[in-house]
Each structure stands twice: as structure tokens, then as C-alpha cells.
Design a protein. Structure first.
Length: 261
């Protein structure tokens, strides 16, 4: 049995602190940026598709803004709307925590759509690249969640249970690590194998990302403690399960729509 004693702050200079969670975002974007270009070069080499790789650099700015705005508004709307309606100024206090993956996803899709219109490039081309590199950031983010001792799992008796003293002294599932493996490592492996196949079908990775992430998240939610102020909706489903189920349905609709074409 492991007792969590990790410090969410890597370095503290007094006037500024470097947190693991911030580093997860930064390195997720940097590594994703680098790998995204590698994927684009591979696609261009094996297809007649025309694209200026330097335009991908401009997309990163759109993505950073979309992740922050979408992630924050998603948390406000999906997870704590009543509080933020009463305290609207707190919405901008991103530094106090509160980001939603599903909100960030919606933000990224919208931001990418407007960018693709500007560049006159199919939206699914960009979304396929983003889908393949996103698991890197998800993996690092879930590891940071574990270090922070947040988004903890349910109480368990398994030998690998973790005690989070800031929560209570009960051993819990390290659900953050489950998500890091499923939504990060395994999802990354699946999508990279597909995107580097010689024959590339635009939209495949986007649809599979929605389906696979949704399935993996639903599985993870079985071990994750629901948000205290929300609990289970309909006494059965967590908000994460509901949103992820919608992802699965959207991914399936996209996948079969592409198959027909």
C-alpha cells in the first residue's frame, strides 16, 4: 500500500512556482507540435495532398487558446454551473483549477474548424493530426493529476491501492494512472499505428479518437470517485460517463459516415 506524499510544486522561487500540472501542459504541447509535423511529413510523402507544413505552427496558437477557453467553460457548464452563475468573476480564475477535458475537446474542434476555413484545408486533416498527438498531453496530464492528489479513485482493497492523506486515510484506486495508461499510452499506440499506415484515410483517426477515448474514459469512471458536488446523475452515471458516451456516439456517426463516402 502506497501513501501519497508527492508535492504538486516542482520548484518554488517564492514569487513564482513551477507546478507539475503546468509542465504537463507545456511539454504535451511541445512534444505534440514536434510529432504532429512528423506525421504531416509522412502523410504528404505518401499522398498527393498539398499542404504548407509551416501553417501547422500557426494552428498551435489557436489550439492553446481553444484548450484554455474550452476547458474552462466546459468545467463551468458541465461541472459547477450553479456556483459560477452566482460567482461569475471566478470564471476567469483559471489558476485556481477547474478544467474539463470534454470542454477543451469542443474548444479544439471549434478553433480548428475556423483555422481550417482560413487556410482552406479540410478540418478533418488537422483533427486527425491533433487526435494522434493529444494522448501525449492526456498521459502527462493524468500523471500530473496523480502527483497533485486530485481526481482520486474509489475506496478499494486491492494491493496497489493508494492512500491520499489530503482526502482521507482510505486506500483508493489510482484512477489517474489507469486513465494515463488507457487514454494516454494505449490510445496513442492505436492511433499512431493507424496514421503511419501507408494508405491514409482522412477522418479515420478523428473518429477512432472519439470512440476509443470515450470507451476508455467510461471504463476509468468505474474506478474514479465522482465529483463531490455532483455525485452520480440519475443515481448511476457520472458526468464524465455521460459526456464520454456522447463522444462514442459522435465518433461512431462520423466513422460510418466516412465509410459510406
Amino acid at each position: 500500500m502506497y501513501t501519497h506524499n508527492l508535492d504538486p510544486i516542482l520548484l518554488d522561487f517564492g514569487f513564482i512556482a513551477i507546478r507539475w500540472y503546468s509542465l504537463a501542459y507545456i511539454f504535451g504541447i511541445i512534444i505534440g507540435w514536434w510529432l504532429g509535423k512528423k506525421i504531416i511529413f509522412h502523410i504528404l510523402k505518401n499522398n498527393s495532398f498539398k499542404f504548407n507544413v509551416d501553417d501547422f505552427d500557426d494552428l498551435i496558437t489557436y489550439l492553446i487558446i481553444s484548450i484554455i477557453i474550452g476547458g474552462r467553460l466546459g468545467y463551468v457548464i458541465f461541472y459547477n454551473l450553479e456556483y459560477y452563475v452566482s460567482n461569475p468573476l471566478d470564471i476567469i480564475k483559471v489558476w485556481e483549477g477547474g478544467m474539463s477535458f470534454h470542454g477543451a475537446l469542443i474548444g479544439v474542434i471549434i478553433g480548428t474548424y475556423f483555422f481550417s476555413i482560413k487556410k482552406i484545408i479540410p478540418t478533418l486533416f488537422f483533427l486527425d493530426i491533433i487526435a494522434c498527438v493529444s494522448p501525449i498531453g492526456i498521459f502527462l496530464g493524468r500523471i500530473a493529476n496523480f502527483i497533485n492528489g486530485e481526481l482520486v479513485g474509489k475506496v478499494t482493497s486491492v494491493s496497489w491501492g493508494v492512500i491520499f492523506p489530503a482526502i482521507d486515510m482510505m486506500p483508493r484506486h489510482p484512477s489517474q494512472l489507469y486513465e494515463a495508461v488507457l487514454e494516454g499510452a494505449i490510445l496513442f499506440t492505436i492511433l499512431i499505428i493507424i496514421i503511419f499506415k501507408r494508405k491514409y484515410h482522412m477522418g479515420t483517426c478523428s473518429s477512432l479518437f472519439l470512440i476509443c477515448y470515450g470507451v476508455f474514459r467510461v471504463i476509468s469512471e468505474l474506478f474514479r470517485q465522482p465529483d463531490e458536488h455532483l455525485g452520480y446523475l440519475f443515481n448511476t452515471l457520472s458526468m464524465g460517463t455521460i459526456l464520454s458516451s456522447l463522444m462514442i456516439l459522435t465518433g461512431l456517426a462520423l466513422f460510418f459516415s466516412l465509410k459510406k463516402k
